[in-house]
Design a protein around this ligand. Structure first.
Ligand code: NAP
Length: 347
């Protein structure tokens, strides 16, 4: 610990009951204003939960939404109305099981896992066995921590779009967290993949196996080509525009798209659902589910060398706010990991 460490003036409590964690007590849109690194007590677990010693985590757009409490509908959905309920907005994790609740029989201390948990920007986090799976054997903890939230969304979107052998899919937002997984999963399922990305990220998308990449600064994806499926992950294109790139009986899956939505943030998705009742194309959206079955499917794809997280860089736990800022600035290429292992190993 150096003299400049945020902990230098604090006396450390006994190692067995405390941990370093990112702490958030108020909602706010600027990560550096609301996230602080601090020493705090370790979480306790219930009979159906496990305590994970977190080696690495990662950030995604959902991290910012939970941190900001935006759109406001999220607060009513259980994140806390006036102030955040969770210690911090982290959800991704990879680490080892530290302790298990009385009713947990399928996980044991020492097991290496990846998945989602509560407040995972911390040395220890609580999780449910139903949102964890064995860590892919061929990934580091850091790589494994980049997978859960984004790759689950990608897998579920690809499935929902009916992407499979012999189909063609257009992936808008192919260079981001969800998109980099979606390109690889669609390829693994046998589809012909066209990615859409900005100039600086075209090569990244090509390197993930996309058959073609459209640089949206130079060309329009609405060029007369009709795809069996379109995954709309970034850019907030109007539904009417997206439909012009979909085959007459093709499918549109709206995964997301960052807009300055304060209240619900689902206007485009609701319009697509309504319109779908009146047209032959299937237009829709979904809310991704965190579950062990899909994590295991991702693990199998990873262990078969068909899927790898594209990690631009890793940040130490104390720079989690900087990672979120980099992502929100639109500069991230694929995933940003948070490394926590160094802190664990000191203990
Ligand atoms: N439905 C769900 O359950 C679910 C689950 C997970 C995530 N999401 C949502 O999905 C969205 C993407 O998440 P993410 O974590 O992948 O975010 P991300 O890492 O920031 O990726 C988003 C991508 O969108 C691209 N983009 C931005 N403007 C664009 C434009 N005008 N045209 C085309 N592409 C554009 C960016 O690529 P370029 O730099 O190449 O432009 C960026 O890589 C977010 O809105 C998130 O909230 C939804």
């Amino acid at each position: 610990m150096t003299a400049t460490s945020p902990f230098a003036q604090h006396t450390r409590k006994p190692a067995s009951t405390t941990m370093r964690a990112v702490i958030q007590t108020v909602y706010g849109t600027a990560p550096t204003n609301v996230l602080q690194l601090a020493e705090t007590t370790r979480p306790t677990i219930g009979d159906d939960q496990v305590l994970v010693r977190v080696v690495a985590s990662s950030v995604d757009q959902g991290t910012w939404h939970v941190m900001a409490g935006r759109p406001f509908a999220m607060r009513a959905a259980g994140f806390g109305i006036r102030t955040p309920k969770a210690l911090n907005p982290g959800r991704n994790l990879a680490g080892t099981i530290e302790a298990v609740g009385a009713n947990v029989t399928d996980l044991h201390p020492g097991d290496e896992v990846f998945g989602t948990g509560e407040a995972t920007f911390a040395e220890y986090a609580r999780a449910k066995p139903a949102t964890l799976a064995p860590k892919p054997a061929n990934l580091s903890f850091e790589e494994a921590a980049a997978v859960p939230v984004s790759a689950l969304a990608a897998l579920q979107a690809v499935r929902r779009a009916g992407v499979g052998a012999g189909t063609s899919v257009l992936i808008i937002g192919a260079s981001g967290g969800v998109g980099t997984f979606a390109v690889q999963i669609a390829r693994a399922f046998g589809a012909t993949v066209t990615g859409v990305a900005t100039t600086a990220k075209v090569e990244l998308v090509r390197s993930l196996g996309a058959d073609q990449v459209i640089d949206y600064a130079r060309s329009d994806f609405v060029d007369g080509t009709r795809y069996d499926a379109v995954l709309d992950i970034g850019g907030n294109n109007r539904v009417s525009r997206l439909r012009r790139a979909i085959a007459p009986r093709g499918r549109l899956v709206i995964v997301g798209g960052e807009a300055d939505a304060r209240w619900l943030g689902m206007g485009r998705q609701l319009r697509a659902h309504l319109l779908s009742l009146f047209v032959r194309q299937t237009l829709g959206t979904f809310i991704s589910s965190e579950n062990a079955t899909d994590l295991n499917e991702l693990r199998e794809l990873i262990e078969a060398d068909k899927l790898m997280p594209a990690i631009e860089r890793s940040y130490p736990l104390g720079e989690t706010a900087a990672a979120i800022e980099h992502l929100r600035a639109g500069r991230a290429r694929g995933k940003l990991a948070i490394t926590i292992a160094g802190a664990n190993h000191e203990r």
